[in-house]
Design a protein around this ligand. Structure first.
Ligand code: SF4
Ligand code: SF4
Length: 70
């Protein structure tokens, strides 16, 4: 199975909730990037480790994460 996690980067408020729930520890705030709102946006560091559990998508208060399985 392959997974793809996409973030609506410019809507992220950098709250870090998605970072705390990922069982694989692969969601992180990108400290070197700043989005349109002025926050460091979340992203996946190693997509090959994603198990498509969708925990990150479920906890995001603004529903900006999409998880797809192939
Ligand atoms: S779908 Fe699950 S494993 Fe994949 S990045 Fe989100 S929380 Fe982590
Ligand atoms: S939970 Fe949503 S708003 Fe918060 S850091 Fe993650 S993607 Fe951004």
């Amino acid at each position: 199975m392959e997974a793809k996690v996409t973030f609506n980067v410019d809507r992220c408020k950098g709250c870090g909730l998605c970072v705390t729930v990922c069982p694989k520890g692969i969601v992180a705030l990108k400290m070197t990037e700043t989005n349109r709102k002025g926050y460091h946006p979340a992203g996946v560091t190693d997509m090959s480790k994603c198990v498509a559990c969708a925990s990150c998508a479920k906890i995001c208060p603004d529903s900006i994460i999409t998880v797809e399985k192939f």
